[in-house]
Design a protein around this ligand. Sequence first.
Ligand SMILES: Cc1cc2nc3c(=O)[nH]c(=O)nc-3n(C[C@H](O)[C@H](O)[C@H](O)COP(=O)(O)OP(=O)(O)OC[C@H]3O[C@@H](n4cnc5c(N)ncnc54)[C@H](O)[C@@H]3O)c2cc1C
Length: 244
Amino acid sequence: MAHDHDVLIIGGGPAGLTAGIFTARAGLDTVIVNDGEPLLRRNGHLENYPGFPGGVNSRLLLDMMADQAKRSGCSRQEARIVDLEQASGGFRASTAEDSTVTAQFVVAATKNTVDFLSDIEGLKIRSRGKDFVESDDRGRTGVEGLYAAGRLAMQPYQTIIVAGHGGSVGVAVVEDSDVNFYHDWTAPEGYFTGRGRDVPPGCEEISPEERRDREAESLEVMQTYFANPHPEEPTQHPNVRGKD
Ligand SMILES: Cc1cc2nc3c(=O)[nH]c(=O)nc-3n(C[C@H](O)[C@H](O)[C@H](O)COP(=O)(O)OP(=O)(O)OC[C@H]3O[C@@H](n4cnc5c(N)ncnc54)[C@H](O)[C@@H]3O)c2cc1C
């Protein structure tokens, strides 16, 4: 039976968004379903994410990651997944609003939320005060087609690490799918073909003109993002908010 999507990513924090960037760029139809706020919205100022020597507003970084996932081809729904079950060689997820989403592959990237996974036989949950999903280092859970990414997969609690893990899990999904894939690389013209090689699947070579066009666009896009301070304040811890 055909699924609604190739890949369903549950959770739109740094891990889920980065997984989606890789699966969508590889041509897999990817939907990200998120409910609530990624934890990084609580951060004061993000100073350990490589590439930003002066630090970066974490809410801006999340906006940029979400935009990049969209630009890579991900669709997105704001909904809470309340149940996941295996169905027709894939998975059927139910939302709190009683709609369903089906997909061949599922990446769970929900930090410590595991209640929706209770119907998945064979999945190992580890509780250490908070709940985590056991998986190998590429996020494979032992249940075919189901992956865990980021903090949920017991990764260290830093943004770059959960984002990188999300990317690694996204590439694992691509490798486990039917997509013909080598690397997600953009190389300058001639890098492969200049050595008599075909451009490998998943890679592209771009001409100097195309490279200049892309750089010009990236400068424009980044100047827009960084033109003004981000309008939103950090989200406070719920226990502190409760004291207002
Ligand atoms: C106050 C604070 C400051 C921090 N500062 C730093 C810092 O300076 N540097 C640093 O590296 N890291 C920092 N972090 C840590 C960083 O925020 C986390 O490492 C990171 O957010 C974890 O990413 P994730 O994608 O695994 O989970 P999350 O970002 O939490 O994303 C999970 C998403 O899934 C959604 N979700 C959950 N259940 C469901 C469901 N059933 N259906 C649909 N969606 C669901 C959640 O609402 C959320 O949007 C900080 C964290 C906090 C709290």
